[in-house]
Design a binder for this molecule. Structure first.
Ligand SMILES: [Zn+2]
Length: 277
């Protein structure tokens, strides 16, 4: 049997004889089916097409954090983050492809103890990743479990907040999806804390700014109340640096950047600046 992978979002599905008729993640208004239509692939086909994983340190200023990417990119193209802790490693926002290069490189860094995605667009081939590392838990927020195309005994539901290992805490902030989450890594940023934000809170091109959206590809905004709730949910935690799911970083004063950006966003969607339009 073949575990099907959506050609557009690279999320994995069950091992049915024929691929599903459509990908619910891509037909949802937050994603898209390309004009060329729905396609399906498999990890074997992707390997044959030349895709390879790459694992590299984020930098000397951030020991214990690596980026995991696929080149050429697959699906939505997220860059996963590998967080090393004394209690084992977390793979955050797993890519839509895994190979022996990834297994070898990550095993040399201590393997995996947990896998989690910030939201369903980032599920990737999370169950396949888990199986490549002996069946480690894949944490899925309860509010978004219905988006799982591939269920498995390695999936562990959670909600609210959850500590998969000492030093790492998942926080359900909602917004983009009801279960959209962030991970707080206490040892990050030299002990000041790092927020692995997925695109629950998305770094934008201007330095020190982030944004919040229901849909990024289709530019559908969130309400003022939803953005306020996201910020309130992360407010209790210390973090100085913020890592998004496509390699962008707010290097310092990230908590202030989140507050400042939320105030700007809320002002705009509430009409405070309509005189400028
Ligand atoms: Zn899809």
């Amino acid at each position: 049997m073949t575990h099907w992978i959506c050609g557009t979002c690279s999320v994995e599905y069950a091992d049915t004889p024929e691929p599903p008729a459509s990908c619910p993640i891509c037909t949802d208004e937050r994603q898209y089916v390309p004009p060329t239509g729905q396609t399906w692939t498999t990890t074997k086909d992707r390997a044959a097409a030349g895709h390879r994983t790459h694992v590299e340190p984020v930098g000397a200023h951030e020991p214990g954090l690596h980026r995991v990417s696929v080149q050429p990119t697959v699906g939505i193209g997220q860059v996963s983050l590998l967080v090393q802790t004394e209690a084992g490693n977390l793979l955050w926002d797993p890519t839509g492809f895994v190979d022996q290069d990834a297994v070898d490189a990550i095993s040399a860094l201590g393997g995996l103890a947990a896998i989690a995605a910030s939201h369903p667009h980032m599920f990737g081939v999370q169950v396949e990743w888990s199986h490549a590392f002996g069946g480690v838990p894949v944490y899925v927020n309860e509010a978004d479990q219905r988006w799982l195309g591939r269920t498995d005994e390695v999936v562990r539901p959670w909600s609210g907040t959850h500590e998969p290992m000492p030093g790492v805490r998942f926080v359900q902030a909602g917004g983009h999806f009801p279960g959209s989450s962030v991970a707080i890594w206490a040892a990050g940023a030299g002990g000041r804390g790092a927020l692995l934000s997925g695109d629950t809170i998305a770094p934008v091109t201007g330095r020190g700014w982030v944004t919040f959206m229901r849909s990024y590809p289709n530019s559908i905004p969130l309400s003022a109340a939803a953005v306020r709730r996201i910020v309130d949910r992360v407010e209790p935690y210390d973090f100085d640096r913020l890592y998004g799911n496509f390699g962008a970083v707010v290097e310092a004063d990230a908590k202030a950047a989140v507050r400042r950006s939320a105030d700007r966003y809320i002002g705009w969607v509430s009409g405070d600046f309509d005189a400028d339009t």
